[in-house]
Ligand binder design. Structure first.
Ligand code: SF4
Length: 181
């Protein structure tokens, strides 16, 4: 790593001597996107790549995400990594439901995204069959750089999300589709 310090970019706004004005959405988005608390739901090999992503060489702390949360109520990003057996489906869904809004989901790797090579009766053919997914990371397994790229795509979504989105009809329709209250 270069040792360069990453500083969050200011959102677009109006600047003048001694003042800077922007929208509430942009300020909240800036704070949220640089302090994501991920919940790693790792069941198999992709989880090992995530361990590497967290460790010193790749260091997810550079993105403000070093605070992993193993309790759904204190996390806002569900990272699903590994093969999800159909029997595990209800557990994953319960974890998702216990997370407070606003929350986001990344499907890391082929298994979480689509069942991967396990096209079989016992494996869920993608977690989006049971919970909504915001970003898919391809690969079997994806390299840590790809996982970081997935987190950066989530940061883009979070930074640009309207504060009203979770109350919108579109979002309610999405939750209705998954029968999530
Ligand atoms: S996508 Fe590949 S590496 Fe990841 S959990 Fe599935 S089989 Fe393992």
């Amino acid at each position: 790593m270069s040792g360069k310090v990453n500083i969050a970019e200011a959102p677009p706004g109006i600047e003048g001597p001694g003042f800077f004005a922007t929208t509430l959405d942009a300020v909240v988005g800036l704070g949220r996107k640089n302090s994501i608390w991920p919940l790693p739901f790792a069941t198999s090999c992709c989880g090992i790549e995530f361990m590497s992503t967290m460790s010193s060489h790749y260091d997810l702390a550079r993105f403000g995400s070093e605070r992993l949360s193993f309790t759904p109520r204190q996390s806002d990003l569900l990272m699903v990594m590994g093969t999800i057996a159909k029997k595990m489906g209800p557990v994953l869904r319960q974890v998702y439901e216990q997370m407070a809004e606003p929350k986001w989901v990344i499907a890391v790797g082929a298994c979480a995204s689509s069942g991967g090579i396990f096209d079989t009766y016992s494996v869920l053919q993608g977690i989006d069959k049971i919970i909504p997914v915001d970003v898919y990371v391809p690969g079997c397994p994806p390299r840590p750089e790809q996982i970081i790229d997935g987190v950066m795509r989530i940061q883009d979504l979070i930074g640009n999300e309207s504060l009203r989105r979770r109350n919108s009809q579109e979002y309610k329709d999405l939750m209705d589709k998954y029968m999530i209250k």
